[in-house]
Design a binder for this molecule. Structure first.
Ligand SMILES: [Zn+2]
Length: 466
């Protein structure tokens, strides 16, 4: 039996007991990035929080299908690609790869499916056709297809904004095409210099919101368990997703909406226009990916995170302390982790990561005390618990000695890759067994020239970048 848990849902604005659609299974969809630039730390927080959530679910017995999309067809991508004189798809691909690299450095377990708009055009077109057939969409004067928000039941139910208020608020945004200001574009006819796809209404491309309705239905079904994304997406993006999905399929689309709060940077709301745009890469120059994780999970996901460099560095120091504790315990025998009820209990309470982390730090304190008292039996049990809690949060995944020497640092631009270093280290080990000292020394010098230091120990040779 999987562990029961509670989740705060934006739909009801209450913390609810999670009830799965299918026993033992969780379908999770999260809105991903628009790959036109390097991802900022707000995206990083999304990566860390939903990854931690998926890890928690899997560890407590749930079978999870985690889907996160890439919005690879978008105005910003097209504009940037035109600026750089390249194909939009090539630009999107470049930044999808960059995002994936960043997410890996944050120790993410890659989602099960990462659908892209460009490869789901048929599903999107089919859904727009369904909306037209159901009378929830119409052809505008320009030929674009629009969602008719007045024909959707309970439009505004997610953002808790009555349709009339929304109409008032949207007046500034009114276009000739729209019958009602809140209506949104499902299919735009192509303009010159834009990527386009064939459709029954002419060549063009989808509006933003429809992609998530189409891709979530394809990969998780018409009704699925949990939908995540930043709070800034509640309106209009998620409100429209609900309207489109329910307008097309005539059934409830999502049971729980799990929204992530903003990041403030040094006290100011982070945005590009404020000039305080910080990328995940900027942060990775300062500290390890695990330190960023520890920092982000130190604030509950529904609370605003006030990002400061000092606090980030304090997380690095705290993480090093955990690794130093594990280094002291490195020779203790392996044993099963136990006594994790409190830890998982905190995570089962609307993913309370700050409390789960506090439990992890308390265990490290107890482990140090047990080591001080030379109570090795107790220490072994505490060590197993600490390592297990760390893994569950995506932390403490390195050998302590390697981490403390900076072994988490990735190969700098142009440097020898980890794989090539490993190969040479192995070749040197072989050379030594064959008593080919000249070759062994040669390899050592070669690596030294690459700023890679070797250390020969009882368990073989370890290496670290200087
Ligand atoms: Zn979305």
């Amino acid at each position: 039996m999987p562990l029961n848990f509670k989740l705060y849902s934006t739909l009801t604005n209450t913390k609810e007991d999670f009830v799965p659609i299918e026993a033992g299974k969780v379908g999770l969809y999260v809105c991903g990035v628009t790959p036109y630039d390097f991802s900022h730390i707000g995206h990083g927080r999304g990566v860390v929080v939903y990854d931690t959530f998926a890890r928690f679910l899997r560890e407590t017995g749930w079978q999870v299908k985690y889907v996160r999309n890439f919005t690879d067809v978008d105005d910003k991508i097209i504009a940037r690609a035109n600026e750089r004189g390249m194909e939009a798809t090539a630009l999107a691909q470049e930044f999808i790869e960059a995002f994936t690299e960043d997410a890996q450095k944050l120790n993410e377990v890659t989602p099960d499916v990462e659908p892209r708009v460009s490869t789901h055009m048929q599903e999107i077109i089919d859904m727009i056709q369904l909306l037209l057939d159901n009378g929830v969409a119409y052809v505008g004067d320009s030929g674009d297809i629009l969602l008719d928000t007045t024909k959707v039941d309970d439009y505004g139910k997610l953002s808790k904004k009555p349709l009339n208020d929304l109409i008032e608020g949207a007046r500034v945004d009114v276009s000739d095409d729209k019958k009602t200001p809140t209506d949104s574009v499902l299919w735009k006819l192509a303009k010159p210099e834009e990527p386009k796809w064939a459709s029954p209404w002419g060549e063009g491309r989808p509006g933003w919101h429809i992609e998530c309705s189409a891709m979530s239905a394809k990969h998780l079904g018409k009704t699925f368990d949990i939908h995540g994304g930043g709070m800034d997406l509640i309106f209009p993006h998620h409100e429209n997703e609900v309207a489109q999905s329910e307008g097309a399929h005539k059934c409830k689309s999502v049971n729980y909406w799990m929204h992530l709060a903003f990041i403030n940077f040094d006290g100011e709301k982070m945005s590009k226009s404020l000039g305080n745009f910080k990328t995940i890469r900027d942060m990775l120059q300062l500290v390890s990916g695990e330190a960023i994780r520890l920092y982000m999970l130190g604030t509950h996901y529904r609370k605003q995170l006030n990002f400061t460099v000092d606090a980030l560095q304090a997380s690095e120091t705290a993480l090093e302390k955990l690794y130093r504790t594990l280094k002291r315990a490195v020779d203790l025998p392996q044993t099963d982790a136990q006594d994790l009820e409190h830890f998982y209990g905190y995570l089962a309470d609307d993913l309370n990561t700050p409390k789960a982390q506090a439990e992890m730090f308390n265990t490290a304190t107890d482990l140090n005390a047990a080591l001080d008292q030379n109570n090795l039996e107790k220490a072994a049990v505490l060590k197993a618990k600490l390592v297990k809690m760390g893994a569950s949060l995506g932390l403490l995944t390195y050998e302590p000695v390697k981490y403390l020497k900076g072994g988490y640092k990735a190969a700098p631009e142009g440097a020898m890759s980890d794989t090539d270093v490993e190969k040479l280290v192995q070749e040197r080990t072989t050379a030594k067994t064959e008593k080919n000292w000249a070759r062994a020394d040669e390899i050592r010098d070669l690596l030294k020239a690459e700023n890679i230091l070797l250390e020969d120990g009882a368990e073989g040779t370890s290496w670290v970048r200087k």
